[in-house]
Design a protein around this ligand. Sequence first.
Ligand SMILES: C[S@@+](CC[C@H](N)C(=O)[O-])C[C@H]1O[C@@H](n2cnc3c(N)ncnc32)[C@H](O)[C@@H]1O
Length: 365
Amino acid sequence: MWTEEHVKEISNIIKGKEVNLSIPAIKNTKFNINNRRYLGSKYKLLNFISKVVEENCENVHTVADIFGGTGVVADRFKAEGKKIIVNDILYSNYLSYWTWFSSEEVDYKKLENIIKDFNNVVVTKENYVSKHFGGTYFTEDNARKIGYIRECIEQLSDSLTFREKAILITSLLYAMDKVANTVGHYDAYRRKLDSLGKLNLLVPEIDGIKNQENKIYQKDANILVREISADLFYIDTPYNSRQYGDAYHLLENIAEWKEQEVVGVAKKMVDRAHIKSDYCTQKAPKAFEDLVSNIHGKYILVSYNNMAEKGVGRSNAKISSEEIVEILQKRGEVQVFETDFKVYTTGKTNIEGHKELLYLCKIDG
Ligand SMILES: C[S@@+](CC[C@H](N)C(=O)[O-])C[C@H]1O[C@@H](n2cnc3c(N)ncnc32)[C@H](O)[C@@H]1O
């Protein structure tokens, strides 16, 4: 039974909603370094990391983040005025470091115009990306656009500096992450394609801090440590058998743009040998020992979480807390710091009591 009163009430509610809907959505025009999903990102732990260094280390002017991932840790140290060395085995991350940490001049107006054109383009022709990743990881429309834009960037290479090209690719990779039909990594796509948002590239929000001496690498960290020195080495290796080159194969594929053959349901590039990490295998303790023994610096700070032997399947850590301490102690005195951190394993188990740990080693001599 509806009375006049009810009808009035409902129409008022509808009117109110219409007003809300007519407010134009505030669209972000820029993106920041942390605006992406990344397994093991330490973005939420930055204050903890920074505090441990501030309160326990002296004369740290240079920090080497040699398993950099998103680069958020290096970015924090950079903001604190330190010179940074940043490295990752993945090319997609290397390009993003060029975006955030290089001091090379950039013509932002030019990039803004290119990005505007990219966002307005309508692509009807099939390409490498739409052929392999359309209708699964991305809508057909977004996939066609990704393939088209990436090829355009390649064609524009001669009129771009390396950093400008890196910025355009990074902008594309961050935009892809926003519309990918995944749970944040590319080991699989979600069966139901319901990530229907339109691909929208943004311009990076780059701070004005220009440090001419920052160094950017894409190397195996075990090789790199033999070539560099820094006051503090921050070490955040993969924890388990999950290879980052597998989890982010699609971003890597677009970054490299070799239009490689892809295999399996997840459509991974055939050749991923160059991005395989020993830290995801039984070799992890040996690799870690080799790494630590070849570091030239004053401090080593290692991130770790207490999931060893607690998680399920491949969530199991490849190196134990005891092994880390034992190896670090060969270089000097070790202190351990911990914080609670609510995290989910790759399965659905939410393991209570999960702590994020930092091991700080003050190198002897
Ligand atoms: C736990 S993640 C780092 C996360 C990062 N601290 C952040 O906050 O985004 C580990 C990273 O190490 C990289 N990696 C794995 N093995 C490597 C190696 N041997 N040398 C250099 N980087 C490696 C992976 O590609 C991944 O980005």
